[in-house]
Write a protein that binds this ligand. Structure first.
Ligand code: NAP
Length: 279
């Protein structure tokens, strides 16, 4: 199945199905298996990798660096700055540390992990400086709700935001009320994190029967639901190659109107505005 792609505001396209890495690199005994899982994902076209300075306090970035060694140019590499580092100078210093751990000279996308004490305008200025210096190619945000996005778009340079990474899966559909439609209207991609609700959805008996009816695994059904939305990128984390292969199979699931209706019946869409949830 060819990889579905999502268009960034710049016009560049990225894979709609990527690889999350939270908690990878934490357990030495699993290191080789996790690196093999990421490399299997790259082989299958899941060439967008999401990491953060927060994950294992650098351990995830070091593991990703090892996994992409020799194939950096095939990867769209995403990392994130801690809010407490997101001052003008702090963002630049944090980026330099991330680049070192990742063994690369540039990030493809650098995100503010969540909103903290530094004004958005200051972080944006730092991001734009990093872009001008060639250290990052694009910047974006994470965990920003609709009012935060409006504020961001009003600061100088804010309209260059390339993505908003937020919690989105079958059991967390709140963004469908207003955040997702407003980002879609503006052409700003959503990166859906925890797309299988940290494996909790995979234990949902209600989904098991529906998945079986469609010849899919529960993970494939849950990911197909997310990927069915315009402008949405899913970044499941899988530390085992077999799980990565299973997730890649989500691209084969045909989401019909009937399947959409069945999923809506099990996990209803929002009926009112709710604050953005975070994990
Ligand atoms: P997730 O991707 O929803 O779930 C990961 C869990 O699901 C792991 O235990 C994994 O097991 C399991 N899994 C994945 N595919 C599977 C399959 N096909 N069959 C069986 N089990 C499967 O949760 P997440 O890690 O929280 O979210 C994904 C990524 O989003 C993170 O890794 C991180 O990169 C990003 N994230 C960002 C934020 C933010 O604030 N911006 C917050 C949370 C997450 P194995 O590892 O054993 O394969």
């Amino acid at each position: 199945m060819p990889m579905k792609t999502v268009r960034l505001p710049s016009g560049e396209t990225v894979p709609a199905l990527g690889l999350g890495t939270w908690m990878m690199g934490d357990d030495q005994s699993r290191r080789a298996e996790e690196i093999a899982a990421l490399r299997r994902g790259l082989d299958l076209g899941m060439t967008l990798i999401d990491t953060a300075e927060m994950y294992g306090e650098g351990a995830s970035e070091r593991l990703v660096g090892e996994a992409i060694a020799g194939r950096r140019d095939d990867v769209f590499l995403v990392s994130k700055v801690y809010p407490h580092n997101a001052s003008k100078a702090g963002t630049v210093a944090a980026c330099e540390r991330s680049l070192k751990r990742l063994g690369t000279d540039r990030l493809d996308l650098y995100l503010l992990h969540w909103r903290g004490k530094y004004p958005l305008a200051e972080t944006v200025e730092a991001f734009e400086g990093l872009k001008a210096a060639g250290k990052i190619r694009h910047w974006g945000v994470s965990n920003l709700d609709s009012d935060d996005m409006d504020e961001l778009l009003a600061v100088p340079g804010g309209e260059a935001v390339a993505a908003n990474q937020v919690l989105y899966n079958l059991s967390r559909r709140g963004i469908e009320w207003d955040l997702l439609p407003s980002l879609q209207r503006r052409g700003i991609p959503v990166m859906a994190y925890s797309p299988v609700e940290q494996a909790k959805l995979l234990r949902e008996r209600r989904l098991a029967a529906l998945a079986a009816d469609h010849g899919a695994s529960i993970a494939q059904l849950a990911l197909a639901f997310v990927l069915d939305r315009d402008g949405v990128i899913a970044i499941p984390k899988a530390g085992r190659a077999a799980h990565v292969e299973d997730n890649a199979g989500s691209l084969d699931v045909v989401v019909t109107d009937e399947l959409r209706a069945s999923l809506d019946a099990l996990f209803p869409p929002p009926r009112r505005a709710t604050p953005l949830e975070m994990i």
